[in-house]
Ligand binder design. Structure first.
Ligand code: SAM
Length: 250
């Protein structure tokens, strides 16, 4: 059992693979001007599609949802079938660093808890060409909420994701990458605890048992517990922030 398999097995039965909520998806969607129009949305790093289904149910959009793991896409397709949305959602196995769409294909690019995999600046720069002029991008990204913070949490995040930065600096990156910021808001506790850490931690014991308590599986679960513990102790200093921005006409 390698690490990738553990990641897939640990997360694939969850509604979400990262912090988020239906309310947050809808709040971000509320900043876009075309709720009922037949727009085209690209959902990058869709996971098992928690936000994809919300987007489909609350817009008239055609959605292309991409992820690197076919096991997650299979779960999305099952949900899409149950919700009678198969005519509106297409799931594609694709890497976010090498998307293969035509330029200016989408009205909206959506990405929840996923852009960090290639980095905020790289993702924003690479994906811009797939947006139509006046199109919108909505991404959530780990950000510092305060100007100063304890060393312990700085060390933790600088190791895990060196691109973590303040909201102000993230807004500058958005600008630098050729977008105009429209809005941003901080994801609340429910997004992290009720929807992400709690469901996976509740299944940890059964998960370790399934893999015979090997050192690998114990280490993997322990890393998740440390991450959740960090959040509980230092949540005043960081969170995911949803950034909504527009690609101006060039
Ligand atoms: N958007 C989902 C959510 O909020 O529940 C999933 C978020 S999860 C933290 C990040 C997702 O990005 C995972 O589904 C993972 O498979 C996907 N991912 C990671 N690296 C990727 C890459 N290079 N290309 C495409 N997908 C990737």
């Amino acid at each position: 059992m390698d690490l990738l398999e553990l990641i897939i097995e640990y997360h694939k039965d969850n509604e979400r693979q990262g912090p988020g909520s239906e309310e947050a998806t809808l709040k971000a969607l509320g900043y876009l001007p075309y709720l009922n129009e037949k727009i085209k949305i690209l959902d990058v790093g869709c996971g098992t599609g928690g936000q994809t289904i919300t987007l489909a149910k609350n817009t008239g959009a055609q959605i292309t949802a991409v992820d690197m793991f076919p096991q997650f896409l299979e779960m999305l397709m099952k949900k899409s079938k149950v919700n009678n949305l198969t005519n509106r959602i297409v799931a594609k196995e694709m890497l976010m660093e090498s998307l293969t769409f035509k330029e200016s294909s989408f009205d909206v690019i959506w990405s929840e808890g996923a852009i960090y995999n290639i980095g905020f600046e790289k993702g924003l720069s690479l994906w811009r060409k797939y947006l139509k002029d006046n199109g919108y991008i909505a991404v959530s990204e780990i950000s510092w909420l305060t100007d100063t913070r304890p060393d312990e949490i700085v060390q933790y995040w600088v190791n895990a994701y060196p691109e973590i930065d303040t909201i102000e600096n993230k807004l500058s990156v958005i600008n630098k990458c050729g977008y105009t910021s429209v809005a941003h808001f901080v994801l609340d506790d429910k997004c992290w605890l009720d929807n992400y850490y709690q469901p996976i931690l509740e299944r940890s014991e059964a998960f370790m048992k399934k893999y015979d308590y090997t050192d690998e599986v114990k280490e993997f679960v322990e890393a998740g517990k440390i991450e959740a513990d960090m959040y509980n102790r230092f949540k005043d200093y960081y969170s995911y922030v949803f950034y909504i921005a527009k690609k101006p006409v060039t």
